[in-house]
Write a protein of this length. Structure first.
Length: 277
């Protein structure tokens, strides 16, 4: 009986084996060609059982079932949700930058230079520049902002449903799927809407519509994940979705305010925001 070795892990293989018993790689691999490259590339995205389009379809039609099956062990059936997050967040950032025309820092307003006190003027310029840093960061790194939001929203859902069978890590995985798909609302609806409504009140409405769509999607997805069918249970998931987004928004805005002000006066950020409305 002839023996050979797995090219991936060097485990001994019999010539009759089709797969390595140690790492699962095919026993025989062929030299890479352009034809093989394109075949594998499109296969990874379109494979009927585990391609990215299969996962997108599932998250569009039965998100709760998809998350529940993945959490409960059906991992091979679906495209890797972590790779899915990275791909979709890349598209999210590109869409944001394309429709916003790129995020650039704005010059310091002339009014600041008219402040008579030199120390107050210097502080005002520094605060304005830090505010611009935040603006540019959010425009260029919206995927990172979204990534940080997921643990916060997942924690709110875990608290609300901690008596159920899912632990925090499982809520985190479910929210990774749901948030990634929900951000498609911003990618294909909100960002183009903001672009064409730039300079009007409808640009702000676009963000509100996007957040509303996210809340509705979270509620629907969690109803499926938790198999909730009662009106009261559905109302709870909607309120938890609303709370999760509110907590994240307040937390993120507080972090921005602390960075911009870098003093105990950071609360003025919220005072000015409400006074401007």
């Amino acid at each position: 009986m002839e023996l050979t070795n797995c090219l991936n892990c060097n485990n001994s293989l019999e010539t009759t084996q089709k797969f390595c018993g140690n790492c699962g790689q095919k026993a025989r691999t062929h030299r890479l060609t352009l034809g093989n490259f394109f075949h594998e590339f499109f296969h990874a995205f379109t494979h009927a059982d585990k391609g990215i389009f299969h996962l997108l379809k599932g998250l569009a039609t039965r998100p709760g079932v998809v998350a529940r099956e993945y959490i409960e062990g059906k991992r091979k059936k679906y495209f890797n949700p972590y790779t899915f997050f990275l791909i979709m967040m890349g598209i999210y950032v590109l869409s944001n930058q394309f429709f916003s025309g790129g995020t650039k820092a704005e010059p310091v307003p002339a009014g600041i230079f008219k402040i008579p006190n030199e120390q107050a003027k210097a502080n005002a310029i520094a605060m304005f520049e830090r505010g611009q840093n935040v603006r540019v960061f959010m425009g260029r790194n919206s995927n990172i902002v979204s990534m940080i939001a997921i643990p916060t929203i997942a924690f709110i859902f875990w608290l609300a449903y901690r008596k159920r069978k899912y632990n925090y890590a499982e809520h985190l995985t479910a929210n990774l799927m749901f948030t990634t798909f929900a951000n498609l609302a911003f990618t294909i609806i909100v960002f183009p809407w903001q672009h064409f409504a730039k300079g009007t009140s409808m640009a702000g409405v676009a963000v509100g519509v996007g957040l509303l769509l996210q809340m509705i999607y979270y509620s629907w997805a969690y109803n499926g994940l938790m198999q909730i069918k009662t009106f009261g249970g559905m109302a709870k998931t909607f309120l938890v979705s609303l709370l999760g987004i509110l907590v994240w928004t307040i937390l993120w805005m507080t972090l921005m305010a602390i960075y911009i002000y870098q003093s105990w006066d950071f609360y003025q950020f919220f005072v000015r925001m409400f006074n401007s409305r």
